[in-house]
Structure formats: structure tokens, C-alpha cells
Design a protein around this ligand. Structure first.
Ligand code: HEM
Length: 401
């Protein structure tokens, strides 16, 4: 095996049900070390649960993706920087970050998400009706995993769902590491252009949807800017559907591969939320978004990370850290995995986590209650996993019953 200094991160997942062995080796042998990254530079990788949480909760590590030293994990550079894109909360640090997040936080509280549950249930039921009518096999990605979060986020934002093919095609290009820089930039500009026109329409007649409500609120506070709402729309649209969609697909496979765990939630749907938490830990689908750049010198675990150096806080190794999660390779819905970092940690911890949990819970409960004999229609080794994308998942998931 190559030494950590020769290793380039991110390493593609070879086995869909465990971190790459290089990651485990780093955590065990050199938990804070330097590695190569695709933009030709080097960065620190931090791999233990405790250190990952420290980095993500320390203001000396910046989220500013426009900082020229911010580690870029795709070849060709940073699309957002080159396009001079709008700054959104995910790229901001204190004191700017707090107000930007607070402005929209009320839309994602447990109470607000609970109010969305009947509509999410209706969406899932209709899609499961269509699956049952199709008589199998069907591709679950197309039939359920993508449409659930896409419909939910489009309705919440006030973006016409009729455009979902256009969004999905373009976001898929943005997230695929093998797509060329020019193609990624074109995909970015396509979605950005569309959303900019949509927001201009909403400015003339803001409706009762998240974007409309933001326009009204920010105008009343005297701080309205077209670009800020455009950035927010882009962030929520991309963050809101690809992530949850991939967790629906992987979670389904994870449960089908672990029948005792699946039987436990079938027997007691009260356990589904625990299963969701454990599946989030087990797959940790977003582990490169939690990169940072040091803006001061920081002593951490016996090394000095210098101001201007990039840091990858590796959520996947943190969530499989055996000092925190006993037998991490075991999918165990009774372990109470709530302190996982699959949604990040600290000030940037996922804004949409309550919504994602609700969608996943409703989907798994409904899917396995209404189609109890659901099974894979192909061998698990033949499933097309997204080992080339910055959000892990599945391209297709053929199932039958
Ligand atoms: C941030 C994961 C679903 C909106 C994050 C971060 C992670 C993450 C790891 C932290 C990034 C960082 O520290 O730099 C996930 C996963 C999801 C999911 C695994 C689904 C299973 C969603 C949904 C939405 C959303 C449904 C919105 C509708 C956001 C936003 C941020 C964020 C706005 C930035 C928050 C901030 O910077 O303050 N997410 N996410 N996410 N997520 Fe999610």
C-alpha cells in the first residue's frame, strides 16, 4: 500500500458497505496526516471522530470555498469561484454565517417538518401505487428515490417540478468527479440561469413558498438582494434532493442485505428513526463536503496546521471510529448512532437534517409495509454504485417483489 503522503484523496469506494481500506489505515496509523488532492496541492486529513468534530466546530477552520487555498476535490478547479457565484451560508464564516442561516432556519424546524409529513406521506403513497401497478422489476432510483426529495424540495421552494429532469441532469453533472470542468461549469450556469429567471418572476409576485417568503422577509428588513436568494435557491435545490435520494437507495439496499434489521423495523415501525440514524452513519454519503481551510495556525493532535493549509475532516472514518462506535462494520439499528457526523457538526451542521430524517422514515416505513416481499432484481455485486461522484449513492436500483 502507498504511504499516506503519496495517497490522493478522495479514494473511490470499492466495497459499498465499508470505507476504503486506505481510510481505515490512515485513522489507525496516522490519524492526522498530509495527503495529495486532485487540484495538485496537498491537504491535511483528519480521520478520528473526536478530531473531526474539533475541526468542524473551530472558527480557525474556515468554510470559505472562495479562499484560493480551500481544498478542491475535483480536477480542473472550483466552478463556484470561477463563475463568481453568489456566496451562500455553506461558504460563509462567522459573523456572516449566523444571520444567513438564521434567516431560513425557521423553515426547517422539527415543527415545520412535522407539518410537511402528511404531504410527504401522500407523495410516497402515490409513487408506491405506481410501483405496484408496474408489476416489477422497476428501477427504484427513478420510481421513488429521486422523485420523493425532488417533489418535496420543489414544493417547499416554489420551483416547478415539471423542470425536474433538467435539474437532475445538471446536478448529476456537477457532482460527478469524472465530468470535465467546462461541462460542470455549463451545468452550473444552466441551473443558475433558470433559477435567476424564476426569482425575477417571484420578485414581481412573491407566492407563499420558501423563496417567496424570503423575498418578502428580506425586503421588509431592507436587506433584499436578488443574488442572495438565488444562491439560497441553488444551495437548497442541490443539497435537498441528491443527498436524500442517494440515502433512500442505499438505505433500501442496506436493509435488504441485513434481514434481521429489516424485520425489526417491519415488526415495530417505532424503530425506523433509529434505523435511519444508523444507515446515515453506516454509509456516510457526504464525506468530502466537510473540507475546511485553516485561517490561523492550529495545534491539533501533535501537529501544527498552518494558516492557509487545507483540511479534510473525513466523516466516513469518524463514523466508523471503533472507539466511538463498537463494531462499526455491523449495521445495528439498536446502537443509538445519533452522535454520528453524517450531517456534519458545529455551526454548518446540515440545515435540512430534520427534513431528510422525515423523508427517509416515511419512505422506509411505507415501502416495506406496502411491499413486504421487496427484493433486489439483480445481484448486489451488479448494482451501479456511484464511486465516481462527490455524493455516494446508486445510479440505478432494480427491485422486484
Ligand atoms: C450542510 C449532509 C440533506 C441542506 C450539510 C453538511 C453535510 C450534509 C455533511 C455539512 C457541510 C459542511 O460542514 O460544510 C446531508 C445529508 C443529507 C442532507 C447526508 C441527506 C441524507 C439535506 C437537505 C437539505 C440540506 C434535505 C435541504 C433541504 C443543507 C444546507 C447545508 C447543509 C443548506 C449548509 C448549512 C450551513 O452551512 O449552515 N449537509 N444533507 N441538506 N445541508 Fe445537508
Amino acid at each position: 500500500m502507498t504511504t499516506a503522503e503519496e495517497l490522493e484523496l478522495p479514494v473511490a469506494r470499492k466495497c459499498p458497505f465499508a470505507p476504503p481500506e486506505e481510510y481505515t489505515q490512515i485513522r489507525e496509523e496516522q490519524p492526522i496526516t498530509r495527503v495529495k488532492i486532485p487540484d495538485g496541492k496537498e491537504a491535511w486529513v483528519v480521520s478520528r471522530h473526536e478530531d473531526v468534530r474539533t475541526v468542524l466546530n473551530d472558527r480557525r477552520f474556515s468554510s470559505d470555498r472562495f479562499n484560493e487555498n480551500f481544498p478542491i476535490l475535483v480536477k480542473g478547479g472550483n466552478v463556484f469561484r470561477r463563475s463568481n457565484a453568489e456566496r451562500t451560508m455553506i461558504t460563509m464564516d462567522a459573523p456572516e454565517h449566523g444571520p444567513a442561516r438564521k434567516s431560513v432556519l425557521g423553515e426547517f424546524t422539527v415543527k415545520r417538518v412535522n407539518a410537511m409529513r402528511p404531504r410527504i406521506q401522500e407523495i410516497v403513497d402515490k409513487l408506491v401505487d405506481d410501483i405496484l401497478a408496474a408489476e416489477g422489476p422497476v428501477d427504484l432510483v427513478e420510481a421513488l428515490s429521486l422523485p420523493v426529495p425532488s417533489l418535496v424540495i420543489c414544493e417547499l421552494l416554489g420551483v416547478p417540478y415539471t423542470e425536474h429532469d433538467f435539474f437532475q441532469e445538471n446536478t448529476a453533472k456537477l457532482l460527478k468527479r469524472t465530468v470535465s470542468f467546462d461541462e460542470r461549469q455549463a451545468a452550473f450556469e444552466n441551473v443558475r440561469g433558470y433559477l435567476s429567471r424564476l426569482i425575477t418572476t417571484k420578485e414581481a409576485a412573491p407566492g407563499d413558498d420558501l423563496l417567496g417568503r424570503q423575498i418578502v422577509k428580506l425586503r421588509s428588513e431592507g436587506t433584499y438582494e436578488h443574488g442572495a436568494v438565488l444562491g439560497l435557491a441553488f444551495l437548497l435545490l442541490v443539497a435537498g434532493h441528491e443527498t436524500t435520494a442517494n440515502m433512500i437507495s442505499l438505505g433500501t439496499v442496506g436493509l435488504l442485505q441485513n434481514p434481521s434489521q429489516l424485520d425489526a423495523i417491519k415488526a415495530d415501525p417505532g424503530k425506523t428513526l433509529d434505523a435511519v440514524e444508523e444507515l446515515l452513519r453506516y454509509f456516510t454519503i457526504v464525506d468530502t463536503a466537510t473540507a475546511r481551510v485553516a485561517v490561523e495556525d492550529v495545534e491539533l493532535g501533535g501537529v501544527t496546521i498552518r494558516s492557509g493549509e487545507g483540511v479534510l475532516a473525513l466523516g466516513y472514518t469518524a463514523n466508523w471510529d471503533p472507539t466511538v462506535f463498537d463494531e462499526p462494520a455491523k449495521l445495528d439499528i439498536t446502537r443509538g448512532a445519533r452522535h454520528h457526523v453524517a450531517f456534519g457538526f458545529g455551526p454548518h451542521q446540515c440545515l435540512g437534517q430534520n427534513l431528510a430524517r422525515a423523508e427517509l422514515q416515511i419512505v422506509f416505513d411505507t415501502l416495506f409495509r406496502r411491499i413486504p416481499s421487496l427484493r433486489l432484481a439483480v445481484d448486489v455485486d451488479d448494482l451501479p454504485f456511484k464511486s465516481d461522484a462527490s455524493i455516494y449513492g446508486l445510479y440505478r436500483l432494480p427491485v422486484t417483489w
